[in-house]
Write a protein that binds this ligand. Structure first.
Ligand SMILES: NC(=O)c1ccc[n+]([C@@H]2O[C@H](COP(=O)([O-])OP(=O)(O)OC[C@H]3O[C@@H](n4cnc5c(N)ncnc54)[C@H](O)[C@@H]3O)[C@@H](O)[C@H]2O)c1
Length: 258
């Protein structure tokens, strides 16, 4: 087996947005274990610094609000000083669970904030970091989207979140198409319900049971189920995979509920 077939991130400089908690933190930990050097960017600067310190291995942190242009300029400077970026994980996002409802009921401020962070913010970071990868002649981008960017929940809620994630699927494809010949691969990963600390706190036991019943697997996904797929996608083992949206959701969208 050639080493290209093994997930090895040795020497790769990886930037994870929203890496201070949740899936971003889990990914950062796994990437560090696989040999990557981490730059963690989060609006929670203190959390990011504490987490980077706990990872060791030269992991660094930068406070950044991805929806703010000046803040993203600061991130770009930090990324240059870090030695450039080989892989960008567009992970930071928000969801306003209580107020992100249907088209006729959602307050415009919720729409603006959700699209501003998730879609515009991710576009700003991608636009700032891609040139650093193009300079190196290689790079991988993974954008965390959601099954809700593919199929809206039957409840009719989460208009803003779902629309932002649908837009991100197109942003990920755009980067694959526009910069593929310059050595950039870009893929999206669409998780279903994943048992992060936030999800476990937010969802009632009954709702969790329902989620478990809806997937095709005997279990609900954990953060590592997502992290391992993202690690694979940014590794050289995935060098022929680009422009894809990979659903990591226990097959929840494959079967119809009768
Ligand atoms: N957890 C799930 O079940 C699930 C399912 C589908 C998709 N996702 C997607 O996976 C990604 C991670 O989800 P999570 O559950 O770990 O989220 P989370 O809310 O637990 O963590 C998000 C992180 O992003 C940071 N962040 C928020 N706004 C930011 C901003 N403006 N600038 C910089 N950082 C900011 C937060 O401080 C936090 O550290 C998101 O893109 C989310 O939409 C998660």
């Amino acid at each position: 087996m050639s080493s290209r077939n093994v997930i090895d991130l040795s020497g790769k400089h990886v930037l994870v947005t929203g890496g201070a908690s949740g899936l971003g933190a889990d990914m950062s930990r796994l990437f560090a274990c696989l040999g990557a050097k981490l730059l963690i960017a989060d609006i929670d600067g203190q959390g990011a610094r504490g987490y980077a310190e706990s990872l060791g291995g030269g992991a660094q942190a930068v406070e950044c609000d991805i929806s703010d242009e000046d803040s993203v300029t600061g991130l770009t400077t930090a990324a240059r000083e870090f030695g450039g970026i080989d892989a960008l994980i567009n992970n930071a996002a928000l969801i306003d669970v209580a107020r992100d409802l249907d088209l006729l009921s959602t307050d415009l401020s919720v729409w603006d904030r959700t699209l501003g962070v998730n879609l515009r913010g991710t576009m700003l970071v991608s636009r700032a970091i891609l040139p650093l990868m193009i300079e190196k002649g290689a790079g991988a981008v993974v954008t965390l989207v959601s099954r809700q960017g593919i199929a809206p929940p039957l409840s009719g809620k989460r208009l803003s979140y779902g629309t932002s994630k649908a837009g991100l699927i197109m942003l990920a494809r755009h980067m694959a198409v526009a910069y593929g010949k310059l050595g950039i691969r870009s893929n999206a990963v669409a998780p279903g319900t994943i048992q992060t600390a936030r999800m476990l706190a937010e969802l009632s036991p009954a709702r969790l049971e329902q989620s478990k019943a809806n997937v095709l697997t005997p279990y609900l996904g954990t953060p590592t189920d997502v992290s391992s797929i993202v690690a694979f996608l940014i590794s050289d083992a995935a060098r022929y995979i680009t422009g894809q949206t990979l659903q990591v959701d226990g097959g929840v969208l494959t079967g119809l509920h009768e």
